[in-house]
Design a protein around this ligand. Structure first.
Ligand SMILES: Nc1nc2c(ncn2[C@@H]2O[C@H](COP(=O)(O)OP(=O)(O)O)[C@@H](O)[C@H]2O)c(=O)[nH]1
Ligand SMILES: [Mg+2]
Ligand SMILES: [Zn+2]
Length: 359
């Protein structure tokens, strides 16, 4: 991170945490140290935002303006800095925000790698991985599947096989035990300048893994202090950690019960289900529903055992979910537009009325 602005009050920073009141940001001092500060988004930025997606989120690069003390111009005050600009994102992981409103929530911005963590115990459910692979594909980041708690099973290979069967071939699947701190398998992704994020259900070991990666004396004590403040082993908010030894940064997230997909332009279905999508091109009828039409290549593959029925079920279910979501998003966008138009018309009417009273 480097200061590139002539105006001393402006500075680049990266969002490391978001809370109800504002943001925690990281910025570089003149000597190259990374320091943490509080920041608020400027009113103008919030006004221009058409949805939550347009506001800064963890992982975003932003431009800060520091307040100056009136008595000593040129000296920063200790009060909050203002976020005046957001640098366009190179990628972002979205989900449908919790609650009834149709709104995208940015889980992580400027992401290179999405570590999808699951554990090798009774809760292991490979089909759950599919939605994360879709989300990663849509976000523009690389998905890596981590099967944690390998110490709990005798045959990790059996789990690896099951996971590999549901994800596309280019997606790597790794088994590890974060309790014993051996995270060497992740080093290909933890490279200088990289941004990785940990996602997955609560309790699979994401925070244990992030602590293991952070293992350096100085950082470890900091982590323990944070743990004490917030309760051990519970991640309450997404936060970005600067990794030691130039391994880039890591975003830890609280557990999600289920990832609610957001329908983006590139859904990722063609990548995750390339085999089925390829089969559909061979059906006799162009508008084949793949139910019981003659010459359906999908049904034939199912009968011959080439295609797994669970996989076909997932393809249908996720496809329908994305279609439904896209429709909801369209409706929400239209509503927002008509609301804006309504506000504009009201303003014009008010303006005209004012004029009448003046003349
Ligand atoms: N046996 C075993 N337990 C683990 C491992 N990794 C994490 N745990 C335990 O799983 C529980 C949940 O871990 P935590 O990191 O808080 O999960 P998170 O909710 O995904 O952040 C804790 O009790 C950890 O000690 C592992 O590799 N093996
Ligand atoms: Mg956690
Ligand atoms: Zn068909």
């Amino acid at each position: 991170m480097r200061r590139v602005f002539e105006d001393e009050q402006l500075e680049f920073a990266r969002i490391s945490r978001e809370d109800r009141v504002g943001y925690q940001v990281l910025c570089a001092t003149a000597s190259g140290d990374i320091v943490s500060a509080r920041a608020l988004s400027a009113g103008g930025m919030r006004y221009r935002a058409q949805s939550r997606e347009d506001l800064p989120a963890v992982g975003d690069w932003v431009v800060l303006r520091w307040a100056e003390s009136p008595e000593t111009p040129g000296v920063r005050t200790s009060s909050d800095a203002m976020i005046v600009e957001m640098i366009p994102r190179r990628s972002r992981l979205l989900r449908q925000a919790a609650g009834v409103r149709t709104d995208a929530q940015v889980i992580a911005a400027n992401l290179d790698v999405l570590f999808v963590v699951t554990s090798m115990n009774a809760e292991f459910e490979p089909r759950r991985l599919e939605r994360y692979v879709l989300a990663a594909q849509e976000s523009g980041s690389e998905a890596v599947i981590i099967l944690n708690k390998s110490d709990l099973v005798d045959d990790p290979e059996r789990y690896l096989e099951q996971a590999r069967a549901v994800v596309p071939e280019h997606v790597q699947v790794i088994a590890l035990c974060s309790l014993n701190g051996d995270t060497k398998a992740l080093s290909p992704w933890l490279t200088p300048g990289s941004t990785c994020a940990l996602v997955g259900s609560s309790g699979v070991g994401k925070s244990t893994l992030s602590n293991a990666i952070m293992q350096s004396e100085q950082q470890l004590t900091k982590e323990i202090r944070e743990d004490d403040a917030e309760g051990r082993h519970t991640t309450t908010a997404r936060h970005l950690l600067v990794l030691p030894d130039d391994q880039g940064v890591l975003i830890d997230t609280p557990g999600m019960r289920e990832l609610q997909l957001w329908a983006g332009e590139d859904s990722g279905m063609d990548v995750l289900f390339s085999d089925i999508e390829e089969l559909t091109t061979r059906c006799r009828f162009r508008n084949c529903q793949h139910e019981d039409e003659p010459g359906c290549a999908v049904q034939e593959a199912l009968e011959s055992g080439e295609l797994d029925s669970g996989r076909l079920y997932s393809w249908r279910k996720l496809g329908r979910e994305l279609e439904w979501r896209a429709k909801r998003q369209d409706v929400a966008t239209q509503r927002e537009e008509s609301r804006r138009r309504g506000r504009m018309i009201k303003q014009i009417v008010k303006h005209r009325k004012n004029k009448k009273t003046h003349y």
